[in-house]
Write a protein that binds this ligand. Structure first.
Ligand code: GSH
Length: 210
């Protein structure tokens, strides 16, 4: 049985793949009280995955693991496919270039004590997000999805990051990204993931729409 700790990208992928899972939602503000979660990830961040004896953290590594171990070729791109490099690049860019920096923006602008807000490092993180976003926009000028004509896990990774920016109020999508997010979030698996991820669903309902 697969158990996911924390809502988000991993649940979306599991719904896309049609895999059964148990979701253990994690309240990050009270994570120190969640013994089951801390036994899985003593570092206290989400997401984490348990698959039998296997325990993993790092969202993109978890996506790659699930695709390789349980994906039956769905939503991944094979190494001999011309789209492989683009797929892999955007799969990782979603976290390393977009969601990671966006989390730093969120902390620097909204969660840090007043006196520490808008430090140089926060502006750097916002600029990093913006420059990587430029690569996404250029790619979407040529094709509907980041690996080309078909939806892949790279689109889950990047869509998640853009939605994080949108919902935290730190990014307003332009028309290219709005159209793209309309495509990716119209998927039935996204709707199922939102039903599973009740805290995210409530957060999205309070947030700006597309
Ligand atoms: N690079 C990690 C980042 C995960 C991350 O930043 N998670 C946030 C929530 S979106 C978190 O758990 N923050 C609390 C913490 O780091 O203690 C990944 O992709 O899994």
């Amino acid at each position: 049985m697969l158990t996911v700790y924390g809502e988000g990208r991993v649940v979306w992928l599991l719904e896309e793949l049609g895999l059964a899972y148990r979701l253990h939602p994690v309240d990050l503000l009270a994570a120190e009280l969640d013994r089951e979660f801390l036994a899985i990830n003593p570092a206290g961040f989400i997401p984490a995955l348990q698959d039998g004896e296997t325990i993993m953290v790092e969202s993109i590594a978890i996506l790659e693991y699930l695709l390789a171990r349980h994906g039956s070729g769905l939503l991944a791109v094979a190494p001999d496919d011309p789209a492989f490099a683009s797929y892999l690049q955007f799969l990782h860019l979603g976290e390393a270039g977009l969601a990671g920096p966006m989390n730093a923006v969120l902390v620097g602008r909204q969660l840090a004590p007043e006196a520490e807000r808008n430090a140089r490092v926060t502006r750097w993180a916002r600029e990093t997000f913006e420059s990587r976003l430029g690569l996404v926009i250029r790619r979407l000028a040529d094709c509907p999805y980041l690996a080309g004509d078909r939806f892949t896990a790279a689109d889950i990774s990047v869509s998640y990051a853009l939605l994080l920016g949108l919902r935290t109020g730190n990014y307003v999508p332009g028309s290219t990204e709005r159209d793209y997010l309309a495509r990716t979030t119209a998927r039935p698996a996204y709707a199922r993931a939102m039903e599973s991820c009740q805290a995210t669903k409530a957060w999205a309902a309070r947030s700006p729409g597309l």
